[in-house]
Design a protein. Structure first.
Length: 220
């Protein structure tokens, strides 16, 4: 007997999927915001001329980028309490994703920094700006402009990583979809709808990021 599609059970629980999506977005926004701050600090450390600053940053990026995020999530939630560090499920996941995203965003920002011509800093010094002012008013805007294409891809990828929070029972979108699947046995329908929600959300995020990229582009 062929499988008959029936989305009724999924639509009855569609609100749960939307609440899961809302939690996924909240976790992604918080984690990426913290990750951006970490990434900025690490990116400047990576381009520093001081080895004592550059090497710890390189070690951080290398370890985090070469460790599966699933292992980091499980370590943060199950292993850290053994040494006295206990966080809630949501807080644990946000902290993990923030630290993980910081490593990827550091490389994105570093590429934006090295693409800035040396003459920009020299021009700032020539008009009397302090180095701290040059970083805030000259270097950072140019860096973000250079890094936006790669930043957009990284942000979307990190949002999709929120689906892994389901392994520690955070009630985000994938967890809610799995719950509906178990309760209704509508396997195909549940995952079609969940995948569709992810696709639409990522497409909208991509459109917003491309709009920002066009707005910040240098007129030719």
């Amino acid at each position: 007997m062929g499988y008959q599609l029936n989305f009724d059970a999924v639509w009855r629980s569609f609100d749960d999927l939307l609440w899961g999506l809302a939690l996924s977005l909240q976790m992604a926004v918080l984690a990426i915001a913290i990750g951006c701050l970490i990434g900025l600090v690490v990116a400047f450390a990576l381009v520093s001329k001081l080895r004592v600053v550059r090497w710890p940053a390189r070690v951080y990026v290398t370890i985090l980028r070469n460790t599966p995020i699933l292992i980091l999530i499980l370590f943060a939630y199950f292993a850290l309490p053994q040494v006295g560090v206990t966080l809630g499920k949501v807080e644990s996941f946000i902290a993990t994703l923030a630290i993980y995203s910081g490593a990827y965003l550091a490389e994105v920002f570093r590429s934006g920094l090295v693409a800035i011509p040396v003459g920009q800093e020299e021009a700032g010094l020539a008009i009397g700006l302090r180095r701290s002012q040059i970083r805030v008013y000259v270097i950072l805007p140019l860096m973000f402009r250079n890094a936006l294409p790669a930043l957009g891809n990284t942000v979307i990828s990190l949002f999709k990583d929120t689906s892994l929070a389901a392994v520690i029972s955070v009630p985000e979108l994938t967890y809610e979809a799995r719950k509906i699947n178990v309760e209704t046995f509508r396997v195909v329908e549940t995952w079609i709808v969940a995948a569709g929600i992810y696709v639409l959300t990522c497409t909208l995020m991509g459109a917003i990021l491309r709009f920002v990229e066009r707005r910040m582009a240098i007129p030719r």
